[in-house]
Write a protein that binds this ligand. Sequence first.
Ligand SMILES: [Zn+2]
Length: 225
Amino acid sequence: MINYHPDQHLLSLHAKGELPLSMSIAISAHAELCHHCQQQLDQMTIALSEQEFEQQQTVAKQPDDADLSALLSQFMSSTLDNLDIESIQQPQDADNTVTIQGQQYALPRVFRKQINASWQGIGKVSRLRLDTGEPQARASLLHIAANGEIPEHTHKGAELTLLLAGEFSDCYNTYKPGDFMLLDQAHQHSPKTTEGCLCYTIVDAPLYFTKGFSKLLNPIGDLLY
Ligand SMILES: [Zn+2]
């Protein structure tokens, strides 16, 4: 059962196509795991396209019947074309898995075109950076092997974590696949996992370790940022 969801504002920005790629990936991946948010997105998309359609109708002069049927058939054929392209671009056996530390994970479809880097790791923590073309935000897949943890830290900007597989817990809660957590700089936490986990994360400023041995942990800080 998913307990943490993106809020209405984020969902509506996503439906309007106004989010940066890194955050858009997070919302799409969450919606693949969360029927409830997928339904809300579908409703928002329908409402937006109806709005758009009404606006266009009031601006454009009313087409006569012949124009309208031409328009409709044009629309139908372009819709069908799009469907064809979509099905060609999504072969059923598309490689949509990652293997890290001997574990194989199936990823949400949205990651299919994003995975072209390799894993880097220190100890039980491994990271695969995604190139979203954003100068500030850093989007990654983060894997923590069984019984691993991330030292207690805080961050300058916001940190998004979407749990894709496995479980982890921190001082606030225990999280399940699909949980979507947006933490700001007021939060301080040290996630731990017993069975191991795979997350999608976005960090927009370096992490600051709050316990004394930050010098020792700097390489992990670099890895996570
Ligand atoms: Zn949701």
